[in-house]
Write a protein that binds this ligand. Sequence first.
Ligand SMILES: [Zn+2]
Length: 114
Amino acid sequence: MFGKSSRIRARRTGPGAACPACGTSSRRVHSRCARTLTDTAVAGRAADIEPSVRRFFCDAAACGKRTFAKQVDGLTVRYGRRTPAAQRLRERVALGGRAGERIDHLHGNRRRPR
Ligand SMILES: [Zn+2]
């Protein structure tokens, strides 16, 4: 059901990012990677968002982190596969059993309810 989802590409602009460990700001981009996140449905269709997440070098000699990824506020969390909104929805659905699964399906989960 790939054709049924909406794909949204997002790119975070801005010159740099602050290291989460030591706070030193860095403009040296290490790499960029596109991640696919599942968001809550857009107009009844599953929405995948592909934010471009940048990884920066931390240049502070005393800092243990060599590189760090800049998270997009409200959109990405470390190792997250879903946006925070989609994750909250899933958590609510997890409490709801079969009725919850139906709601989950309506909100764009591709797995069909039993
Ligand atoms: Zn650092």
